[in-house]
Design a protein around this ligand. Structure first.
Ligand SMILES: Cc1ncc(COP(=O)(O)O)c(C=O)c1O
Length: 426
């Protein structure tokens, strides 16, 4: 069947077959190379979302393509209780790069699945139903993961025993804010610790507004969890596998959790996630048969994870992500210093963000939607979070300084258009 060759006709004729779970962009992508993608009209865009932060070696990476072909030509799995060589190797490689965890690893498909699976085990082992999470958390949108995310109030039926603790809103170390949030956590646990199995946190709060709780915050939380006999779970779906310049972000915080959940980068664009249980603190004998999925511990997951780990090491990507993140942040800082429309440039490795200033003309969602639409018209695919106010940038690990120079030029053009639109009468 031949399809129309332009955005408008594709969407008009075929868009109707899609379930409208989101409001989709008005373009249809047809190919990608490195940091760039092209739509059906031939327009080129710099992709700063890199496959919803998953395609970390960029689009059409030849090594990833070869690896996928090799997997398809070597082995399909037989059943979930039979392990393959590639899964065993990947588990050992992860174990060795997170030595503080002495981890036992389970490979799954998506971040939300790994969160649900991990919390199911935490509740099962502790024999308690409750979970505490940040008020500004995002852990996925399946029923179980949404129960501990910002959307918790919208799910039906509501999940009971879901507790909320305030996320530190400061961008850098703010001692007063840190103390306030540590005390709030201590107080909630004091009131209901007999109900709580685990606390789950993103070590960098991404979708909730791009906040960086301090080392001191997490070290205090670790101590309080220990004092109260509850598991500490780090959701490293975004921060894991090198994005911030270390294998896992807990390593920069000096705070070892009981579980790490990761996803996104580890599959380089294909659905791979994992649960890493701390071999020192989690009694793994209690894991039997509480979880089962057709796609768990698949050989292709193992092969992709090994490939990514090998590439990160061969190309020195941990150091590179730190350096190129600093370059991107400097560009952002220079533009923010000149513009009243944006502020608070911040980041850690290749997780960067800035805020749209409140001009009083548009609410956060309207401002975020408008800004991203204008960015797209200027050749940038960006995403907002924090109800529209924050623009986050999570480029692929191979993005170059030239890509970030391109970004800076197009951001300035976008800001000019944004200002012009705000200047028009309502
Ligand atoms: C921190 C975090 N946890 C969990 C998830 C859910 O992952 P997935 O979309 O693969 O289910 C995401 C996805 O954005 C995430 O950012």
């Amino acid at each position: 069947m031949s399809l129309p060759d332009n955005n408008a006709s594709l969407l008009a004729e075929y868009g109707r077959y899609m379930l409208p779970v989101l409001s989709f962009r008005d373009i249809v992508l047809v190919r990608g190379q490195g940091s760039y993608v092209w739509d059906a009209d031939g327009n080129q865009y710099l992709d700063l979302n890199s496959g919803q932060f998953c395609a970390v070696l960029g689009h059409s990476d030849p090594g990833v393509a070869r690896k996928m072909q090799e997997i398809a030509q070597t082995l399909q799995d037989t059943d979930t209780s039979t392990l393959t060589r590639s899964v065993l190797l990947a588990a050992k490689q992860i174990h060795d790069r997170a030595p503080e965890m002495n981890g036992r690893i389970l490979f799954l498909s998506t971040g939300a699945e790994a969160v649900e699976c991990c919390l199911k085990y935490a509740k099962h082992i502790k024999e308690k139903p409750g979970v505490i999470a940040f008020d500004k958390a995002y852990h996925g949108l399946t029923h179980g993961s949404a129960a501990y995310s910002m959307s918790r109030d919208r799910i039906r039926p509501p999940v009971e025993h879901s507790y909320v603790t305030p996320a530190p809103r400061a961008h850098a170390d703010d001692e007063v804010e840190t103390d306030r949030c540590i005390e709030a956590f201590r107080q909630i646990l004091g009131e209901c610790k007999d109900d709580i199995a685990a606390a789950i946190f993103e070590p960098i709060i991404s979708g909730g507004g791009f906040f960086f709780p301090s080392r001191r915050y997490f070290q205090a939380i670790r101590q309080i969890c220990d004092d109260n006999g509850i598991f500490l779970v780090f959701d490293e779906c975004q921060t894991g596998f090198g994005r911030t310049g270390s294998w896992f972000y807990y390593q920069q915080l000096g705070c070892v959790p009981d579980f790490v959940v990761s996803a996104k980068a580890m599959g380089m664009g294909y659905p791979v996630s994992c649960v890493i249980a701390n071999g020192h603190t989690v009694p793994h004998a209690k894991f039997a048969m509480e979880y089962f999925s057709s796609h768990q511990n698949e050989s292709y997951a193992g092969a992709l994870v090994s490939h990514l780990i090998d590439e990160i090491e061969a190309r020195g990507l941990l150091d590179r992500n730190r350096a190129s993140g600093a370059y991107l942040l400097a560009k952002l800082g220079a533009i923010a210093a000149e513009s009243s429309l944006i502020g608070n440039p911040r980041g850690q490795g290749l997780m960067c963000a800035f805020d749209l200033s409140d001009t009083g003309r548009l609410d956060s969602k309207q401002a975020g939607d408008l800004f991203c639409r204008l960015a797209q018209q200027n050749g940038l695919l960006l995403q907002h979070c924090n109800l529209g106010r924050t623009i986050r940038l999570l480029p692929n690990y191979a993005a170059t300084e030239a890509d970030f120079d391109f970004f800076a030029a197009r951001l300035q053009a976008t800001l000019a258009r944004f200002q012009a639109t705000l200047d028009q009468p309502l």
